[in-house]
Write a protein of this length. Structure first.
Length: 121
């Protein structure tokens, strides 16, 4: 899922918190200002609000966000960052690094290291 849909989906569980609700409403307002009040993205958000646990409605929102091509908009990105900050949910990124040879590998934090060796079976 894209960052906009992910943040909206996560924020729905925290709308009782005033700061999260304000940031959530601000993001919706920015989206409406960019796309219009009757755009499919806002319709998908409304459907997800009615059924906040629905993975299908979250997927529909992600599809509408992708079709609207708003992920790179600076105003939306700023409102999105505010929502993420207020909700306390930071996006998680994964890094995949391929190493060849038998040199030492140093890792820190929450890291999983696999050998990548293929097993014949």
């Amino acid at each position: 899922m894209d960052p906009i849909s992910t943040a909206i989906f996560a924020a729905l569980a925290k709308l009782a918190e005033p700061a999260v609700k304000d940031a959530y409403d601000a993001l919706k307002k920015v989206i409406a200002g960019k796309l219009g009040n009757k755009h499919n993205v806002l319709g998908a958000i409304g459907d997800l609000e009615k059924h906040p646990a629905s993975q299908g409605r979250a997927a529909t929102l992600a599809e509408e966000v992708a079709k609207a091509n708003i992920a790179g908009d600076a105003d939306i990105a700023q409102a999105l960052q505010n929502l993420v900050t207020q909700s306390g949910d930071q996006p998680r990124a994964g890094i995949v690094q391929t190493v060849s040879g038998n040199s030492n590998i140093v890792a820190g934090g929450n890291v999983s290291i696999g050998t990548g060796a293929k097993r014949e079976g």
